[in-house]
Design a protein around this ligand. Structure first.
Ligand SMILES: [Zn+2]
Ligand SMILES: [Zn+2]
Length: 387
């Protein structure tokens, strides 16, 4: 159950030889999801250990070019490298309202026909996610209702006002939600929460109870109690090890801060929090004016959420990666690390660099639950409150 993220682009505004434009790949059990797709993301893929053709979902934080200009090109290249005869599931794309039109228009005007289907699910932002007048009406953004053959009908996803979030994906392994951020145009953050996994069957306990390998094992694994020939009922919890807690990764788009409390709720105790820090703290006013964060803003958010690891990214191109910085350069990216760490009581903060891979290890199982009493024909439940 390995889980890792790879930074394919860590610079703001435009791609440079030292920092590509925004893109983060998430890999889990053969799945590859992409978060943002700045210009040049496809060449970053080629330089990395990842295969762009594996991407099945793409999440776009906001519609600024340094996060989305690479998307039509990436889709076209994946298409060129795909066999037209092999049917595949649609590539699912999630992002703010207007993204569907952007993708469709770029593909239609360039006469690009993909050999695989795609679908764009749009998130409806709220007016308080950007300065007044910056939120465009969908009718302005979507003047065309034409539907090219390979585009499937996507969903329009609205804010759940109770939760302060948008539910994007729920499958066997994950729940992916989005939350609102404040930026020059509406921006979003994404939380990926792995579901708790059931513990393994304890072979010794099964043997001690006299459960024979076979269908009984399968039933117990699927959560069904069994009754043995001697009348003994064995419940899954009697013979299974403790569940394995899920991991949580949160990736934020450009922002000067969250909107509402959805972000703090969803990022609570994140194992990994990826936050932008475009400029250092001495340029706070400029950062704020452009809807961006400094290390102080990022670290305070991480602290508020109790995040276990903070990674800073989306640096102004003036901050070269440490190993590539020239003699006498005054803009030292290490200063951003120091600024963030001073807020987090010197807990280590990571500075993202292109092609950096971060592994998120499997968590240890939860502390043991109280022993349960196995009796003839029934299971005695511990009194409520024991857990
Ligand atoms: Zn940006
Ligand atoms: Zn932006």
């Amino acid at each position: 159950m390995s889980m890792e993220i790879t930074f394919l682009g860590t610079g703001s505004a435009y791609p440079s030889p030292t920092r590509g434009a925004s893109a983060v790949a998430f890999r889990y059990e053969g799945e590859c999801w992409l978060f943002d797709c700045g210009e040049g993301t496809q060449t970053q893929f080629m330089k990395s250990h990842l295969k762009a053709g594996r991407v099945s979902k793409i999440f776009v934080t906001h519609l600024h070019g340094d996060h989305v200009f690479g998307l039509p090109g990436l889709l076209c290249t994946i298409s060129l490298q795909s066999s037209p005869t092999v049917s595949r599931q649609p590539v699912e794309i999630y992002g703010p309202e207007g993204l569907r039109d952007f993708v469709w228009r770029a593909l239609a005007l360039s006469r690009s026909e993909l050999v695989f289907p795609y679908v764009v699910h749009e998130l409806v932002p709220t007016a308080d996610q950007c300065p007044e007048g910056e939120l465009k009406e969908p009718s302005y953004l979507n003047p065309s209702n034409d539907n090219p053959s390979k585009e499937a009908q996507g969903r329009t996803i609205r804010l759940d006002p109770e939760e302060g979030s948008y539910l994007l994906v729920e499958n066997e392994h994950f729940v992916v939600k989005a939350f609102r951020l404040f930026h020059r145009i509406p921006s979003f953050g994404f939380s990926l929460e792995e579901k708790e996994r059931p513990g393994r069957l304890n072979a010794q306990k099964l043997k001690d109870l006299g459960v024979q390998p076979g269908p009984a094992y399968g039933k117990l694994k699927n959560g069904t109690a069994i009754v043995l020939e001697n009348g003994l009922t064995v419940s899954p919890r009697d013979v299974m090890e403790e569940p394995v807690p899920g991991r949580k990764i949160c990736i934020l788009g450009d922002c000067s801060g969250p909107v509402g409390d959805g972000g703090v709720k969803l990022c609570r105790e994140a194992d990994l929090l990826v936050h932008e820090a475009t400029l250092d703290d001495s340029q706070m006013a400029k950062a704020r004016e452009h809807g961006h964060s400094t290390p102080l803003v990022a670290a305070e958010f991480a602290k508020l959420c109790g995040a276990k690891k903070l990674v800073l990214t989306h640096f102004s191109q003036r901050y070269k990666p440490t190993a590539l910085a020239g003699e006498g350069e005054t803009d030292d990216v290490q200063e951003l690390k120091r600024q963030a760490e001073s807020v987090l009581d010197f807990q280590e903060v990571t500075l993202a660099e292109d092609f950096m891979v971060i592994d998120i290890p499997v968590k240890k199982t939860k502390p043991g639950l109280p022993e349960r009493t196995v009796t003839c024909g029934c299971v005695t439940e511990p009194a409520l409150g024991d857990f």
